[in-house]
Each structure stands twice: as C-alpha cells, then as structure tokens.
Design a protein around this ligand. Structure first.
Ligand code: SF4
Length: 202
C-alpha cells in the first residue's frame, strides 16, 4: 500500500477539508488552474474511481472526467448497471498540471491529504485506479498497468479491494484491446461490490 494512506492523522470533516482544497495554494499547480477539481458523486459510494489529475475540460468545468475520456468512463459505469451518481470520482491531484504533464512528487505529497480524506469519508468497497499513474501512487507499485490491471488488491486494511484498470484516455488513443479489458475490469469490480455486500458472486 502506498504511503499516501499510511497516516495516523485524524481525518478532518468533509466540508472542512473540501473548503481547504478550494482555496489551496500548497503547490505550484495552483498558479495555472482555473478551478480546483475536488471530486464528484455519492459521498458514501461503494465504488470509487481515482484518476491522475484534471485535464483542460475538467479544469474549465471544475469537475473530474467530463471530457471525452469522462464520457467513456460514464458509459463503462453504466455498462455495469450504475450511473455517475452512484459512484465517487476523484483524482490524485486537484489542479491541472500544465500541458497535462505528470504531477511531480512534491505536488502529489502536498495534495495527498485531500485524497486521503476523500477515501476515508467515502469508504468505498471497491476502488478502481484509472491508469498507470494513479495505480502506482495508490498501490505503491512499480509494475505497469498492462501487467497489473484486472487483479484485486487488499485495500483499507482488507475492508475493501483496489482494482487497477486502464485510463479511459488510453482507449481513446486506440490502444488495442484496452476497451475489452476495461469492460472486464468493471465486471470484476461489480462482482467485488456484490461480494462485499454479502450477495452472491455468481
Ligand atoms: S494540486 Fe492539490 S496541493 Fe496543489 S494547489 Fe491544487 S489542491 Fe493544493
């Protein structure tokens, strides 16, 4: 498990930590942002998604996954019988990195209390990391997404599972059979949710 989630610090109330994020200038990503992209969805969702960081459309709208990749994510969520309102969606960093570069280690560290608080408050049964970057940050792994996707990893002291999958933008870039793999990973997530709810895994 990543150091991101190894903390004995108490988690502040949701409204307090969100208000803190909305005015945050803890890292240089604050300089180029239009909006802080906090997160969206159900605060007690059983299924949570974590991507890398906001892109152009997300920065403008202040909501994660609203561009073409977001539309694909929505279709995949609907493909397992859920809607965006049933899940929670967030990113590792809340402000758009310039030119969509990867967030830097000090930026991730500065932003980590926000994601830690979101995960603690939502308390998902299944957390899906979208793409290489979020997977490496949350799982603390060096293995690439192609190798590690579609598997379940214990999360939150075994109360939940983490399932890495591709970033929807990888599918849009025409990455081979990534869409079929993503669909399979979402089915795996649905089964894991049912299992945690005590229902049949058939
Ligand atoms: S990316 Fe996170 S830490 Fe950096 S300014 Fe935005 S909210 Fe603050």
């Amino acid at each position: 498990m990543s150091d991101l989630f190894v903390s004995s610090e108490p988690v502040p109330p949701w409204d307090e930590v969100m208000a803190d994020a909305m005015g945050c200038t803890r890292c240089r990503l604050s300089e180029g942002r239009t909006n802080v992209v906090w997160g969206v969805g159900r605060r007690d969702a059983d299924l949570m998604f974590v991507g890398e960081g906001p892109g152009h459309d997300e920065d403008v709208k202040g909501e994660p996954f609203v561009g073409r990749a977001g539309q694909l994510l929505t279709r995949l969520i609907e493909g397992i019988g859920l809607s965006r309102d049933d899940v929670y969606i967030a990113n590792v960093v809340k402000c758009r990195p310039p030119n969509n570069r990867d967030p830097q280690p000090d930026e991730i560290e500065a932003c980590s209390p926000f994601l830690r608080a979101q995960v603690a408050h939502v308390g998902p049964k299944v957390l899906m990391t979208l793409g290489n970057f979020a997977t490496k940050q949350l799982l603390g792994t060096t293995e690439g997404i192609t190798k590690i996707r579609g598997r379940e990893f214990p999360f939150r002291d075994g109360d939940a599972v983490l399932i890495p999958t591709f970033h929807p933008a990888a599918v849009l870039r025409g990455r081979g059979d990534a869409l079929a793999h993503m669909r399979a990973d979402f089915v795996l997530a649905k089964r894991a949710m049912r299992r945690h709810a005590g229902a049949s895994d058939a």
